[in-house]
Design a binder for this molecule. Sequence first.
Ligand code: FAD
Ligand code: DHB
Length: 389
Amino acid sequence: MRTQVLIIGGGPAGLLLSQLMHRQGIDTLVLERRSRDYVLARIRAGVLESGMVDLLREAGVGERMDREGIVHEGTYLALSNRGFRIDFKQLTGGSVMVYGQTELTRDLYQARDAMEGQVLHEVGRVQIHDLDTDSPHVTFTKDGRAQRIDCDYVAGCDGFHGVSRKTIDPAVLREFERVYPFGWLGILSQTPPVSEELIYASHERGFALCSMRNQNLSRYYLQVSLQDSIEQWSDDAFWDELKRRIPLAAAESIVTGESIEKSIAPLRSFVAEPMRWGRLFLCGDAAHIVPPTGAKGLNLAASDVYYLSRALQQHYNDNDDHGIETYSATALSRVWKAERFSWSMTRLLHRFPDQSPFDWRMQQVELEYLESSVAAQTSLAENYIGLPY
Ligand code: FAD
Ligand code: DHB
């Protein structure tokens, strides 16, 4: 078997890249470790920057998103009972789209099927070979049989735990990491959202976030200890704690119900450099992780795909390798700015186990300053809606 661009990972980054390449007449094949049902059952991100929204439309997968997604022109920040709004539209002219990663992935699979794109599921023992030559190849097992695919390039879209990043020569690879001393407990419930816009709430007891998927599907998160397990958090305990951390008016009006999903995610900042090694490109979580506070993880995967799809188009259609040579530097420049924003939002809104009363005052006064300063709000808004590609 042979393809032009072999894509490892059938998450949002791999599927979107495959879809964009296909529309440019470039041949790809996607290898995914899990079953399609497993990939589609994962509940993850929910906020799309407008750059990502445009890229999805360009890929021909924007139709349902445009119909069912909800445009948000602002968000609320709260400190205990005091809340204020950041007006994205007024401050920057921009907005974001609330549309679940699960739905988006479903749309991408449907589009791949409609174009007869090749996605091989439940592949095992994926290994990348000869990346420093002009003719790399990838080996893997499928239904117990060993297989080999030759290709021009490999796109490593296989998430944080994938094989691609680990293939890079350790003498070249640099990794930067911060692991945070808490996690996010998230639930999904078939209840109307408490607010028309998201609420990011800082409280003495810890951070809380009120988000949504649609008019009857809400997504809520609580900062929890890394020692906590989901068994310790009954639905009632979750709702009680959420109500303590959000402003009173929201706590009094929130509609609670049974959770249909509950999980705890750790928080991490991570960047691997470079994002290209020979004929391998890293895209999305394979190269970087952000704590979820700025809603940037999925959006960064999309901007990487944007730069890489342009670079590969230039290579195949114009015989120009400039985009390939600059891919790593271009993608990393945007990645680090999103890392900075995600880290600063996390630091601003969470309680840290070792923080002093001074640190807590600094967090409070930073929120007070944000509430009073158009300049500070503009900076937050331009980062939240997404820096330009
Ligand atoms: P992934 O979605 O991880 O896709 C990688 C794919 O590669 C997976 O399907 C995996 O099965 C496959 N794979 C892995 N190894 C191999 C292999 N060896 N061979 C073949 N295939 C392989 N972001 C937000 O902005 N907001 C959130 O609320 C949020 N919540 C999250 C919750 C969790 C539990 C996690 C893990 C992430 C969350 N994120 C969130 C981040 C966001 O979901 C990711 O940034 C986004 O999924 C990145 O897309 P990706 O395609 O790069 O990676
Ligand atoms: C969601 C997750 C986030 O991390 C965030 O910042 C905003 C929304 C969500 O899952 O809806």
